[in-house]
Design a protein around this ligand. Structure first.
Ligand code: FAD
Length: 457
């Protein structure tokens, strides 16, 4: 009997899974293994919303494997030591793993390779699992990575993606290796009330519905805050319940302007992975310094707290921040507006905002969070680093009838239409003034502070 281990990480699915397929093709039995990695917990990255979503994914993966005659083996501890244990318990000769995208994933790969090869075992690392196009696959002639999206998108679009694979029909797992219990539903405390459900089954249901009813209208609808017409695949992609390669193929097969716009967004995801792979320090440091001297945390404490709580007095900003707290997810336009407001209007360090997002986002991802924050702060890859989004005009444009604000800011629920974006104008208009905060700063003052700080006037 030959045995192979498939180490699942950010690829918690059975469909279109190259490591699983390779292991099943070359061994009689496999051990599908997931390790609750101590290092990720110690780094403070295991926020409640992501832990709960992960638990859903693991339960679903185990159920899917059981339907096929197998089961998931779950362990906790140091990932390399746990793989070593499972390999010795089962006599496995091969370990299959999806190529990771973070500096941490690369170190994990190196440590695994060293440990396995010193014991005469082999590590097989598969590309095209976590990303559509692996970091480093397309590079500009002059340097190691693309710092500008459009030329990257052109080259990325021309790449030939591998074919997709069906989920296996049967999976044989040896009797031996013990497993911790699959995490129970509802066991994680401190989770957002409106958190979405995780797991591959749920993700595939959403995929089917999206291809039928969502994709075609994506181009016109994706920026409409109240329309909520984006795919909401980001948590499924983060945990790998959906395959980015499959999403690109299926969108391209569906065709049309909606599909093109959607594939372009998937490319943004890979774009940020290749930036962070080349410049891992960009998770913490400015990608391009603008010589900012951000307000000190103590000086800006009241503003930061108002922003976190969704009480800045700017309705669209507050609505988005409350959506984040309630769902552990926020619409992309809301992310742009709230990040722009914190970094430019309040002139607060992007790292403070990025940390808060990572504490709550179910799709919270170092590359896509930190680099999108840097994009908005003007320290990243945006070619117009000093652009400032006005939350009133943005609110009127992307929530024209005000229904997004009314949904999330109940204090303003009685204010009709787009008047909801300027509650201060309701003063003295005969109607009772809503119990809603005054703006933390006048937009003109925020803009002047930012322009001065950046040496623009
Ligand atoms: P859709 O609009 O349906 O797009 C499809 C997929 O494309 C998304 O699921 C996502 O994987 C990818 N995508 C879309 N927009 C972007 C983008 N700007 N950058 C990278 N990938 C993108 N995305 C995360 O996955 N994790 C994060 O931690 C994260 N933090 C962000 C922080 C800020 C300040 C900003 C401005 C954006 C952030 N994004 C992040 C990107 C984007 O907002 C989300 O991916 C998107 O809103 C998820 O919703 P959706 O799945 O409905 O997206």
């Amino acid at each position: 009997m030959t045995v192979a281990v498939v180490l699942f990480t950010a690829d918690l699915r059975l469909h279109d899974h190259p490591p699983l397929r390779a292991a099943l093709a070359s061994s009689d039995e496999i051990v599908p293994l997931f390790v609750h990695d101590r290092a990720i917990h110690e780094a403070g990255f295991a926020a409640p919303n992501r832990r709960a979503f992960l638990a859903d994914c693991l339960r679903d993966l185990d159920a899917g494997l059981r339907e096929r005659g197998g089961r998931l083996v779950i362990r906790s501890g140091d990932v390399v030591e746990e793989v070593g244990r499972v390999v010795s318990e089962t006599g496995a000769a091969d370990v299959h793993l999806a190529a990771g995208v973070s500096a941490y994933a690369h170190r994990r790969e190196e440590r695994l390779r060293e440990a396995l090869e010193s014991g005469g075992r082999r590590l097989h690392v598969h590309d095209g699992v976590v990303t559509a196009v692996a970091p480093g696959t397309v590079t500009p002639a002059a340097s190691g990575h693309f710092a500008v999206f459009t030329p990257y998108f052109r080259r990325w679009s021309a790449e030939r993606l591998r074919e997709t694979f069906a989920a296996p029909r049967t999976v044989r797992v040896p009797d031996g290796p013990g497993s911790e219990a699959v995490p129970a539903a509802g066991a994680v405390p401190g989770v957002s009330e409106g958190l979405a459900e995780g797991g591959e089954r749920q993700a595939r249901k959403q995929l089917t519905a999206w291809l039928r009813h969502g994709l075609a209208a994506y181009e016109e609808g994706h920026d409409d805050l109240s329309g909520d017409a984006t795919s909401r695949f980001s948590p499924h992609l983060h945990f790998g319940a959906l395959s980015p390669v499959e999403l690109v193929h299926r969108a391209r097969t569906a065709g049309g302007a909606g599909a093109e716009a959607f594939v372009r967004q998937l490319c943004w995801r890979d774009f940020h992975y290749q930036v962070l792979a080349a410049r891992p320090a960009a998770a913490r440091q400015d990608y391009r310094t603008r010589h900012d001297h951000w307000r000190s945390e103590a000086d800006a404490a009241g503003d930061i707290e108002a922003w976190r709580q969704g009480r800045t007095g700017y309705p669209v900003v507050d609505a988005a921040m409350r959506q984040l707290r309630h769902e552990g997810w926020m619409h992309n336009r809301g992310r742009l507006l709230t990040a722009g407001f914190l970094t430019k209007t309040l002139y607060v360090d992007w790292r403070i905002g990025a940390r808060h997002f990572l504490d709550l986002l179910v799709d919270g991802d170092v590359a896509n969070n930190q680099l999108n924050w840097q994009w908005m702060a003007g320290t990243g890859t945006d070619s117009r680093p000093n652009r400032v989004l006005n939350p009133v005009t943005q609110g009127k444009r992307y929530d024209p009838d005000g229904s997004y604000v009314r949904r999330w800011v109940p204090e303003l629920a009685a204010v009709p239409g787009s008047a909801v974006h300027e509650p201060w104008k309701l003063r003295g208009a005969g109607s009772a003034r809503p119990d809603y905060p005054e703006p933390v700063v006048e937009l003109a003052d925020g803009l002047a502070r930012f322009r001065q700080a950046r040496g623009l006037e």
